[in-house]
Design a binder for this molecule. Structure first.
Ligand code: NAD
Ligand code: MG
Length: 395
C-alpha cells in the first residue's frame, strides 16, 4: 500500500488451522488498526467465517460451497460485509485488490484461486504446498509474471528461506528437510496396517488440519515438501535430503559448499513462519514460546525409512520423472486419503494407490500448460478411484 495506507490482506482458507493462526498473527500486529482485510474464504464452517469477517471488518467473505450461501448471507445481514459463494466467487475473492494473500486452502482446490491471486500480482504467502507440487514451475512463473513475491509458509521451507543468504545461491550444496516422523515413527508396517483415522491424526508436536496430520503419519506430507522445495528453491533432486528429527525444533537447514550448515530453529508454532512471511524482509514481534535449550537438553536425528514410509520413495520418483508426475502423485493421494478417511482402504494402501497411478501415467507429457496439469489431475483421480474400487472388491 501507499504511504500511511493500511496493508491490504486476503486469506484463502481463513477457517482452517493456518487461516486461524494467520488471523492471530494479524491481531498480534495491530489487527484492524494496522490491516485492511479484503477477502476471507472458507468452505463448510460458515459460523466461524462470519465471526472472523465481523471481528476483523473484512470487506467480503466467501464460502466455496454454494449450499452455504444463505447461511453466510444471513449471518452477515446488516453488517455491510459482502457475502458470496461458489467457485466463481472464490476466484473473485482471490483476485481482489490485496497486497498480500495467504494461500491456505487445503489440497488441489487451492490451485485455481491461488493462481488467480498470483496473476493479479499480490505477494503470495504460500501454505498450500499442493500448488507447487501440481503446477511446479508454472506456478512460480505465474507469481513472477504477476510481479508479486512468493514467500513460503510451510515451516521447513520458511526455515530454508530464512537460512538462504541472498548472494550465496551458487554456493548451496543441499537442503535438509527435517521430519518429525509422525506418530508412527517407530512402528512396523504390520502395526500401521490397521490404524484408524483417529490414531493417525494425532501428531506428536504440531496441531494442524486433518489432511496434513494424516500426511505426517504416512510421511506423504514430507513427500509433498520435497517437491515443493525443488520448485521454490530451484534445486536438483539430488540436492534434497530428508532427516527425521523427532523434536521438530530444527525446522530445516541449508548446506553450503564450504561444509557450513545454516539452520532455523524455533518452537513448533506456525505463527513464526506466518509472521515472517507477513513482515518479510523484516521480523515481527510475536508472542510465541521461546526455546529453552537447557530444558530441551537434546536434539535427535534418524535416517528416514523408505520401506516403512514409501511416500518418500514416490516423491523421489516424481522429482526424477518431472512433468506432471507431481500432479499425478498429489491427485492420486488426495483421493486415497479421502478413501482412508471414509474407512474404504487401510492406511498402507494410500501409498499403493499413489504408486499404481503414477506407474500407469509415466508416459505423460511435460507440464507446459496449466490445462495439462488439470487434465493429469483429473485422469489421476479417475484412475485412483478405480484402484480403490478394485481393492475394496478384493477385500
Ligand atoms: P485445514 O483443513 O485446517 O483448513 C483448510 C481450509 O481450506 C479451510 O478454511 C477450509 O474451509 C478450506 N477448504 C477446504 N476445502 C475447500 C474447497 N474444496 N474449496 C475451498 N476451500 C476449501 O488445513 P490446514 O492445516 O490449515 O492446511 C492448509 C494448507 O496449508 C494445506 O495445504 C497444508 O498442507 C498447508 N500447511 C499447513 C500447516 C499447518 O500447520 N496446518 C503447516 C504447513 C503447511
Ligand atoms: Mg511442513
Amino acid at each position: 500500500g501507499g504511504s500511511g495506507a493500511h496493508r491490504r490482506i486476503s486469506i484463502l482458507g481463513s477457517t482452517g488451522s493456518i487461516g486461524v493462526n494467520t488471523l492471530d498473527v494479524l491481531a498480534q500486529l495491530g489487527g484492524r488498526d494496522a490491516f485492511d482485510l479484503v477477502a476471507i474464504t472458507g468452505n463448510s464452517n460458515v459460523e466461524l467465517l462470519a465471526r472472523q469477517a465481523q471481528d476483523f471488518g473484512a470487506r467480503m467473505a466467501v464460502t466455496a460451497d454454494d449450499a452455504n450461501y444463505v447461511a453466510l448471507k444471513d449471518a452477515l445481514a446488516g453488517t455491510g460485509i459482502m457475502a458470496a459463494a461458489g467457485r466463481e466467487a472464490l476466484l473473485e475473492a482471490a483476485s481482489a485488490d490485496a497486497d498480500w494473500v495467504m494461500a491456505a486452502i487445503v489440497g488441489t482446490a487451492g490451485l485455481a484461486p491461488t493462481l488467480a491471486a498470483a496473476r493479479r500480482g499480490a505477494d503470495i504467502a504460500l501454505a498450500n504446498k499442493e500448488c507447487l507440487v501440481s503446477a511446479g514451475d508454472l506456478f512460480v512463473t505465474a507469481v513472477a509474471d504477476g510481479g508479486g513475491r512468493l514467500i513460503p509458509v510451510d515451516s521447513e521451507h520458511s526455515a530454508i528461506f530464512q537460512s538462504l543468504e541472498d548472494d550465496q545461491h551458487h554456493a548451496v550444496e543441499r537442503i535438509v528437510l527435517t521430519a518429525s516422523g509422525g506418530p508412527f515413527r517407530t512402528w512396523s508396517r504390520e502395526q500401521m496396517a490397521d490404524v484408524t483415522v483417529e490414531i493417525a491424526k494425532a501428531h506428536p508436536n504440531w496441531s494442524m488440519g486433518l489432511k496434513i496430520s494424516i500426511g505426517s503419519a504416512s510421511m506423504f506430507n514430507k513427500a509433498l515438501e520435497m517437491i515443493e522445495a525443488k520448485h521454490l528453491f530451484n534445486l536438483r533432486p539430488d540436492q534434497i535430503e530428508v532427516i527425521v528429527h523427532p523434536q521438530s525444533i530444527i525446522h530445516s537447514m541449508v548446506g553450503y559448499t564450504d561444509g557450513s550448515v545454516i539452520a532455523q530453529l524455533g518452537a513448533p508454532d506456525m505463527r513464526t513462519a506466518i509472521g515472517y512471511a507477513l513482515a518479510y524482509p523484516d521480523r515481527p514481534k510475536l508472542n510465541v514460546d521461546r526455546l529453552d535449550f537447557a530444558k530441551l537438553a537434546r536434539l535427535d536425528f534418524e535416517a528416514p525409512d523408505e520401506v516403512r514410509f514409501p511416500a518418500l520413495r514416490l516423491a523421489r520418483m516424481a522429482l526424477e520423472r518431472g512433468g506432471v508426475q507431481g500432479a499425478v502423485m498429489n491427485a492420486a493421494e488426495e483421493v486415497a486419503f479421502q478413501a482412508f478417511c471414509d474407512g474404504r482402504i487401510g492406511f498402507l494402501s494410500m501409498a499403493d494407490i499413489a504408486e499404481g497411478v503414477m506407474e500407469a501415467m509415466t508416459g505423460h507429457p511435460t507440464a507446459t500448460t496449466i490445462d495439462a496439469v488439470f487434465a493429469a489431475d483429473t485422469e489421476a483421480r479417475r484412475r485412483a478411484a478405480e484402484l480403490i474400487s478394485k481393492k475394496e472388491m478384493a477385500a
